[in-house]
Design a protein around this ligand. Structure first.
Ligand code: AMP
Ligand code: MG
Length: 485
């Protein structure tokens, strides 16, 4: 693991240099061996469990690591907070992987920083395990995401409403740059820092833009928008509800970040919300596209002074991107994705109506999103699946079959397409909770590893997949998630 830190070499307005606060008795609970291999973690470290626990708790700092806490701002539930920042996280540095790609290695739960405000800088073990499981599931579902390398138990107690065991999770991300990072400097009117940040971001994530003549910032905004649209469409494909789409949790790389109150939708309903603090349903499943557009508008606002010194002209330059290009691209990507879930090898204008009717049927019939698309895929080759779908979907099923018969493509192609877009298993909320509970009670990761094995193969049934496919008995009626702070 060779560090090559670029962010820590920017001006100090971007971060605070600070080391993690050591923990009492670190022990390794979860380790992501494949990711470690990709990051070229040295064998002598990987083979020494106690050394891993020391390093990924923040007790021991590896040579080359230059720990920092990054500053950022953000809109939380629509309200602007001018200074957030890593209040319980330390960026250990960046490493280059086997293929030369750069990754941030960050500890979360590693102690207080100057951005902690009233917080203790710590993380309970439960949410750390949750982040590991959920991000790994998303990765293998094919959804862009940050990942987890390790979860370490600290041997210390974290006090929330009750006393909880503490944990430190190591997050690997292609960067931690978020809309909130830009908002911090924009709110301060620090145009120089803003420009540095844009140049840094483009060089790191969109090097092709450096060639863009006089409109690099607009092109930058468009790239971020494209990646984020792809991300949210992917969330909608698998039924993921992020739960806290604040601008500080919206990356400029289009990776899912911050698995606090996230959950998977069972019964299809765009109004689904599980987060205990989202009382207004701002971040409900079906609101995610609109919230993303709102977040992109906040991003655009940050870039205005760089786009044109004349604010009016700058606004006129970005308006069409947010108001026209955004909805058009989202709609196109979303319809394409839904069409693929339904086996349409190419999208036709008339499909829009069929997709709407289909989703309405799911909602009205209170059908499980994942089960239904899985059964629909099976109905291509299985008579029992087809007859169940006919019962549950009625006319909709006939319309869908009729639409498929219009395709000249061979049925094998349709089957492959549907299978690639419809998982057989997702990290269902009740299973995630059960597995976290088992980790907390036993102090070992056996049940998590078993679950992870299934989640790493979400489009193919393994022997134990069926243990994790059942929707919750109560339809997640009373399920609530928490921010995990
Ligand atoms: P999050 O909900 O994890 O996105 O965090 C929102 C903000 O609160 C970030 O600035 C975090 O660093 C900060 N924060 C959350 N939990 C803690 C904690 N236990 N101690 C200090 N800061 C925290
Ligand atoms: Mg956050």
């Amino acid at each position: 693991m060779k560090f090559s830190n670029s962010y820590a070499h920017l001006d100090e307005v971007f971060y605070q240099r600070i080391r993690p606060t050591p923990v009492r008795d670190p022990r390794l609970l979860l380790w992501n061996a494949r990711l470690a291999e990709q990051l070229m973690a040295p064998d002598e470290l990987v083979q020494d469990l106690s050394a891993l626990a020391q390093v990924f708790s923040g007790n021991h700092i590896l040579p080359g690591s230059e720990p920092i806490a990054i500053v950022y701002a953000g809109h939380q539930f629509g309200t602007f907070v001018p200074r957030l920042g890593d209040g319980r996280a330390h960026l250990l540095g960046e490493v280059l992987d086997q293929s030369g790609r750069r990754w941030d290695i960050q500890l979360k739960g590693s102690g207080r920083t100057s951005f902690s405000r009233g917080g203790d800088g710590r993380c309970p073990l439960g949410p750390a395990v949750r982040e590991f499981i959920m991000s790994e599931a998303m990765k293998f579902l094919g959804v862009p995401t940050t990942r987890c390398l390790a979860v370490v138990t600290t041997g210390e107690t974290v006090f929330r409403e009750t006393a909880l065991p503490g944990g430190v999770v190591t997050r690997v991300a292609s960067s931690h740059l978020r809309i909130g990072t830009f908002q911090y400097f924009a709110a301060q009117g620090d145009q120089q820092a803003l420009e540095t940040l844009c140049r840094y971001s483009m060089a790191r994530h969109y090097p092709e833009l450096q060639e863009e003549g006089d409109t690099p910032y607009i092109q930058f905004m468009k790239k971020v928008m494209e990646r984020q649209i792809h991300l949210v469409v992917e969330w909608m494909r698998v039924g993921f509800i992020h739960g806290v789409m604040n601008t500080d949790n919206t990356t400029i790389t289009g990776e899912t970040i911050d698995y606090g109150p996230c959950a998977m939708m069972g019964i299809y309903d765009p109004k689904t919300v599980y987060s205990s603090i989202d009382t207004m349903g701002r971040y409900a499943f079906g609101n995610q596209p609109e919230i993303l557009q709102w977040n992109m508008a906040r991003f655009a606002e940050c870039l205005l002074p760089l786009i044109n010194a004349d604010t009016h002209k700058a606004v006129e330059a970005v308006r069409p991107v947010i108001e026209e290009a955004f909805p058009a691209l989202f709609e196109k990507e979303y319809m394409n994705m839904m069409g693929k879930k339904l086996g349409f090898t190419s999208f036709r204008e008339e499909d829009r109506k069929l997709i709407d009717t289909f989703l309405k049927q799911l909602k009205d019939g209170r059908l499980d999103y994942t089960v239904t698309f899985d059964l629909l895929t099976r109905s291509l080759t299985s008579e029992p699946a087809a007859s169940r779908m006919k019962d549950e979907l009625g006319d909709c099923f006939d319309l869908w079959q009729k639409r498929l018969r219009m395709q000249t493509d061979v049925s094998q192609k349709v089957q492959k397409l549907m299978r690639e877009h419809n998982p057989v298993v997702i990290p269902r909320n009740h299973h995630v909770e059960e597995v976290i509970q088992a980790c907390l009670e036993t102090g070992n990761a056996t049940s998590a590893e078993r679950f992870l094995q299934v989640l790493r193969s979400p489009y193919k049934e393994l022997a134990q997949t069926s243990e994790y496919q059942d929707p919750p008995g109560d339809g997640d009626k009373d399920y609530r998630t928490f921010c995990g702070t």
